[in-house]
Design a protein around this ligand. Structure first.
Ligand code: HEM
Length: 473
């Protein structure tokens, strides 16, 4: 019979054996992924994770060195595939889109702030939500949002003017741009006045604590990744976890309130407002019961729009301003184009078609999205074994599409791929190579960004207002 100490010894040995197998034997001698080229792990515990966090453009460098399909080791040598091959991307985003789901461990954190809305829904649930939501994002509805973009951009302009008049010449714009895009999504999303540019608001503060005001975004990211291995990490009572949880409580409560208010309003007949939530509620009323969004799903869409439509647009605007400050000649060219199209800057009131007709603005927008994609990488997990690029990829492997690496490929963009050069978008030498599968800031296919037209129009209005009125250095 086993006594207690031999039982403990047996368990300890078993554990050591299991850890040795998982960390050192499986990844390097057995896993089918071992055959895929990639950087050697730099640490037993963290694999290549340190390079991902600290090095500049590590994925681009690995793809340039090892090819368009690369194996990277994560924490505890968990292997991940990084792809930058257009045929593979077409398969993942279009041909077999529902064979690839978002990494389940992503759900743990994201579901708390996004809900199971369009971004996190999978399979049939996604198909149903997307089909009913597409009409709300139609061209004609986005056109009607332009006056709101102009109104918020003009409040932002006045706020900066006010600071300049008070003698400030160096202004950190990040929190203001973030507030402007939050105000926009509040209005066009739900007819909700955050007024975060001019006053304080609990929901706006909750988002600020998650993003623009986050005390330590790298630590938050690290906790998020680590908790996918050790779930208890997210419950450790430290400030960073407390702030995240408090923000989630506010987001949940306020988005529920918004949904209930609109639903009550809708009991009196069709909603007249053209915000996304009103459009969704009107569409929902016309659908057969099995296609309708539930109240909970409606609330999730509010949470989804707030996150998906807020920081992405603000970070793109910030990058554009940064690049234009770095390249003053490009900034002047854009200002000239704007001055020619709208000679009286106090009456800057373009329509959707007018703002989209500006050629140089368009080039700057695309070049910013190319050089600094706000979503540099998207992740999927294959639900069944797949042959990808000639390699067997066992089910449940995380596959990352390196959008930002593709955007800087010298094969597509030539030797100046790393440089900010808006004029390249007027040069057929480059544009002839561009396809939906190699320039994809909003990805492409069935799960592409539903808000892309909205985002582009909003970005153009914000950028034009700022460049027409101020010089950035
Ligand atoms: C410059 C701004 C934006 C960029 C670069 C961007 C980019 C993206 C990308 C790359 C995805 C795919 C993510 C994935 O599948 O893993 C996505 C999805 C999505 N985006 Fe955006 N986005 C932007 C703005 C917006 C705005 C303004 C909204 C809404 C108001 C929005 C709503 C969504 C939604 C709902 C999805 C999920 C679509 C689906 O799975 O069917 N985005 N976005």
């Amino acid at each position: 019979m086993l006594n207690l100490s031999s039982l403990v010894g047996f368990l300890v040995l078993g554990f050591i054996g299991w850890v040795t197998y998982k960390l050192f034997i499986w990844p390097f001698y057995i896993s089918p992924l071992r055959k895929i080229p990639g950087p050697p792990p730099e640490s037993i515990i963290f694999g290549n994770f340190k390079s991902v966090l600290t090095k500049e453009e590590p994925f681009l460098k690995w793809i340039q060195k090892y090819g368009n399909i690369v194996k990277v080791n994560g924490i505890f040598n968990r292997q991940t595939i990084v792809v930058a091959d257009t045929k593979i991307i077409q398969d993942i985003t279009l041909n077999h889109v529902y064979d690839y789901i978002k990494p389940p461990e992503m759900l743990n954190d994201f579901v708390l702030i996004l809900g199971r809305g369009l971004v996190l829904a999978e399979g049939e649930e996604h198909k149903r939500q997307r089909k009913m939501m597409n009409p709300a994002f139609a061209h004609n509805n986005i056109k009607e949002m332009v006056p709101t973009f102009i109104r918020v951009a003009s409040t932002l302009k006045e706020l900066i003017e006010d600071k300049i008049n008070k003698g400030e010449s160096e202004i950190n714009l990040t929190p203001y741009i973030s507030k402007a895009t939050l105000d926009v999504i509040g209005l066009v999303g739900f007819n909700y006045e955050f007024n975060s540019l001019t006053s304080s608001n609990e929901l706006a503060d909750a988002y600020a604590s998650l993003f623009s005001n986050a005390t330590n975004p790298v630590a938050r990211f690290f906790i998020s990744v680590l908790s996918s291995y050790i779930p208890i990490v997210r419950n450790i009572p430290i400030d960073i976890n407390r702030r995240f949880k408090n923000a989630c409580v506010v987001v949940d409560r306020e988005s529920k309130k918004l949904m209930e208010e609109k639903n009550n309003e809708a009991k009196n007949g069709e909603l007249k407002s053209k915000d996304l939530l009103s459009l969704l509620i009107n569409i929902n009323k016309t659908l057969p019961i099995e296609e309708k969004l539930t109240d909970e799903e409606l609330q999730y869409q509010i949470m989804t729009f707030l996150i998906a439509g807020h920081e992405t647009t603000s970070s793109t605007t910030m990058w554009a301003l940064y690049l234009l400050a770095k390249y003053p000649h490009e900034q002047d060219l854009l200002r000239e184009e704007l001055a020619k199209a709208f000679p009286d800057k106090s009456k800057f009131n373009p329509s959707f078609d007018e703002i989209n007709s500006l050629e140089y603005l368009n080039c700057i927008v695309k070049e910013t999205l190319r050089i600094h994609s706000p979503v540099p990488m998207i992740s999927r997990v294959n639900v069944e074994d797949k042959i990808i690029g000639g390699y067997l990829i066992p089910k449940n492997t995380t596959i990352m599409i390196a959008l930002s690496a593709l955007h800087k490929s010298t094969e597509i963009w030539g030797p100046t791929a790393n440089e900010f050069d808006p004029k390249r978008w007027l040069n057929p030498l480059y544009t002839k190579n561009v396809t939906n599968y190699n320039f994809l800031p909003f990805i492409t296919g069935t799960r592409s960004c539903i808000g892309n037209k909205l985002a582009l129009a909003e970005f153009k209005i914000l950028l034009s207002t700022l460049i027409r009125n101020f010089v950035f250095q």
